[in-house]
Ligand binder design. Structure first.
Ligand code: NDP
Length: 319
């Protein structure tokens, strides 16, 4: 069986390609720049890559760019989307590639009758950013949608890019009759296969790099292998439908630092919060739907340990 993975060089996608190859799939993987060894070497060295990995150049901003890669596929995983927080020109750097890119990929899929399902990597960013109160009793679930107006007002450009891309995707597939499932992970951590540092792993790396205070923020956290496997199950399980939130634990940065201190007592971790305000509250995220897909979450402590070990091994931190 042949499937396509867009943005294959990325953190989540590299794990997805790895697991797909292990499962015997033939993978058409798109990469923005095939000539950059940092983007392709780790993929070429995966088990099964020689026999069953085919690389295609594709850019989210170029119309028709994904046509060749999706041809002959049964499933398409669209993961490519820019993820960073310091865009100077949010429209050009985040919104355009997320939105136009998603429509480009779906347009390519609409022309290929062999494609049975598209799995879109969305985000909890497209779920929970809607101004509703989040307290320990509140359970966020797949019926929540982020509010684009609120994103714009608070200049949460990455959050807006994911919210708009998912909304546009649902409108498109409804109109064209394409079967789509979305995976909506929170902060993804765990070992890195790629040689570069991605944004969510950097959130942990930064805590080891001499920062004085941790952020007053609470996020959901989930292991990258669970995220990759959820993508695969979303394609393989015929009854999979709609959106799947992926969160193992919801934790404030103070809790993350506490666990890291237990694991690495000698590390110079930040001792205080960036401000004196009350800590951003924790909340719950429903696990029901994703567990019904067959995901048995890796616990936060294991995820953190594996992240740190990988960051050390790749030279991003020293303890
Ligand atoms: P990475 O930054 O590692 O991967 C992003 C991928 O998108 C890269 O392969 C990148 O290619 C590609 N990309 C960006 N812009 C373009 C473009 N113009 N044309 C082609 N490809 C492009 O991040 P992640 O693996 O973390 O993110 C993957 C997906 O998961 C994204 O959709 C992200 O929004 C989503 N997500 C991530 C979470 C996380 O915590 N990590 C949480 C929730 C959702 P290149 O390497 O060439 O830049």
């Amino acid at each position: 069986k042949t499937v396509c993975v867009t943005g294959a060089s990325g953190y989540i996608a590299s794990w997805l390609v790895n697991l797909l190859l292990h499962r015997g799939y033939t993978v058409n993987a798109t990469v923005r720049d095939l000539n950059d060894p940092k983007k392709v070497e780790h993929l070429r060295s995966l088990d099964g890559a020689k026999e069953r990995l085919h690389l295609f150049p594709a850019n989210l901003l170029e119309e028709g760019s994904f046509d060749a890669a999706v041809e002959g596929c049964e499933g398409v995983f669209h993961t490519a989307s820019p993820f960073f927080n310091d865009a100077k020109d949010p429209e050009a750097e985040l919104l355009d590639p997320a939105l136009k890119g998603t429509l480009n990929v779906l347009n390519a899929c609409a022309k290929i009758p062999s494609i049975k399902r598209v799995v879109l990597t969305s985000s909890m960013a497209a779920v929970a950013y809607n101004g509703k109160s989040r307290t320990p009793e509140v359970v966020v679930d797949e019926t929540w949608f982020s509010d684009p107006n609120l994103c714009r007002e608070s200049k949460a450009w990455y959050v807006l890019s994911k919210t708009m891309a998912e909304e546009a995707a649902w409108n498109f597939v409804k109109e064209k009759g394409i079967d789509m499932v979305t995976i909506n992970p929170a902060m993804v951590i765990g070992p890195l296969l790629q040689p570069t540092l991605n944004t969510s792993a950097a959130a942990i790396a930064n805590l080891f790099n001499g920062v004085k205070a941790y952020r007053n923020m609470t996020f959901g956290w989930v292991h990258v292998k669970d995220v990759a496997m959820a993508h695969i199950l979303a394609l393989e399980v015929p009854s999979a439908k709609g959106r799947y939130c992926l969160v193992e634990s919801v934790a404030h940065y103070s809790d993350i630092v506490k666990v890291l201190k237990e694991l690495y007592p000698n590390a110079a971790l930040p001792e205080k919060c960036e401000d004196d305000k009350p800590f951003a509250s924790v909340y719950q995220v429903s696990k029901e739907k994703t567990q019904s897909l067959g995901i048995d979450y890796i616990p936060l402590k294991t995820s953190l340990k594996e992240t740190v070990e990988s960051l050390k091994e790749k030279g991003f931190i020293s303890i």
